[in-house]
Design a protein around this ligand. Structure first.
Ligand code: 5RP
Length: 225
């Protein structure tokens, strides 16, 4: 059993008729979108907003009705993956570069369900480099200020080209391990002009974390009431 698929399908069980659903990004969210597409084709009446162009394209291919952000007041439920999850339920996200839209959607969701395989669970965040979305203007200065706080900071590239997000920004991947106080680090990073958003998703945003192992065992941990 694919653990990502198992966790995704479990979280999809929270979806109800008439809801507005936030669609995550990445290889775990992929399975949630597939399952939602299946349910829509079987008659489930929902609408969705996507956290990336990639997820929006996939959803459209599967026949999931997509709303423009300007038409959304609030989202009933969002299902998304994560790169790391600590014991308290804080997350690192943004490995796929969609962290800004993911955070906007998660923040505006009544429920935020995180889906991961067991390898994403960690004692302390930060072995996965923390993605920080930065605006291109004067990004060299922003990188300098970030480098004062991290062991290393690397401007994300794909095949020698600077990676550009769906929002036209860049990503700086920083080594902040161990992240002992995610809320303070998040606030400190966001105080730097030029930082658009960080990949730290604090526990108060998270409703549940569904974790699946390679044997198909699924555990849903409740974080927020
Ligand atoms: C994308 C994300 C993803 O949710 C995160 O990178 C996990 O991806 P995957 O499910 O492929 O491991 O934050 O920006």
């Amino acid at each position: 059993m694919n653990p990502k698929k198992a966790a995704a399908e479990k979280a999809v069980e929270n979806i109800r008729e008439g809801m507005i659903i936030g669609l995550g990004t990445g290889s775990t969210a992929f399975w949630a979108i597939q399952k939602i597409g299946e349910l829509v084709r079987a008659g489930l009446d929902i609408k969705a907003v996507a956290t990336s162009i990639q997820s929006e394209n996939l959803a459209r291919e599967l026949g999931i009705p997509i709303l423009a952000f300007s038409d959304v007041v609030s989202v009933d439920l969002t299902i998304d993956g994560a790169d790391e999850v600590d014991r308290q339920g804080n997350l690192i996200k943004g490995g796929g570069g969609a962290l800004l839209r993911e955070k906007i959607i998660a923040y505006n969701s009544k429920a935020f369900h995180v889906i991961v395989d067991h390898k994403k669970m960690v004692e302390q965040l930060g072995k996965f480099p923390l993605p920080v979305e930065i605006i291109p203007f004067a990004h060299e200065l922003t990188l300098k200020r970030l480098r004062e706080l991290a062991a290393t900071v690397v401007l994300r590239k794909t095949e020698d080209k600077i990676f550009i997000t769906d929002n036209g920004n860049m990503i700086a991947d920083g080594n902040f391990y161990p992240v002992s106080d995610p809320a303070s680090l998040d606030a400190r990073l966001k105080s730097i002009p030029g930082v658009a958003e960080t990949g730290l998703f604090l526990r108060h945003m998270v409703t549940t974390i569904t974790v699946s192992d390679d044997h198909g065992n699924i555990n849903t941990i409740r974080i927020a009431p």
